[in-house]
Write a protein that binds this ligand. Structure first.
Ligand code: SF4
Length: 117
């Protein structure tokens, strides 16, 4: 058996701890499929740059969907709940593939809306 101590110094211990902290985000990525949408922070339409660029709103009735007239469904029926980028089939708050790590509202809308098949 080796006579080497597991940690030779405080520096080695710190390296081990930092290595452990660095692994946490990787573990989170691996487990991303298990994250509940209710655990995700809602997209902030006022400050999120993607939301601003895509004119995302939590309430589609307040959106510009009528003027964009996206194909696939009448504008007044287009919401995040029937969008192809919606990654859930139920729930008020849902993950959207265009907003990783955040939740969109089932009644939301943005200019990337496309009919879910
Ligand atoms: S891409 Fe679709 S689900 Fe995502 S915010 Fe836009 S309309 Fe909603």
């Amino acid at each position: 058996m080796s006579d080497k101590p597991i940690c030779k110094s405080r520096r080695d211990a710190m390296k081990m701890m930092l290595g452990g902290f660095a692994a946490i985000p990787v573990i989170n990525l691996v487990g991303l499929g298990n994250v509940q949408a209710s655990d995700l922070p809602p997209v902030d339409p006022a400050t999120n740059p993607i939301a601003i660029a895509l004119k995302y709103v939590h309430d589609a009735t307040e959106s510009e969907r009528e003027s964009y007239n996206r194909p696939g469904a009448p504008a007044n029926e287009q919401t995040c709940a029937n969008c192809a980028f919606d990654m859930a089939s139920e729930g008020e708050w849902r993950p959207c593939s265009l907003f990783p790590g955040m939740a969109i509202h089932e009644n939301g809308w943005c200019t990337s809306w496309a009919l879910k098949s």
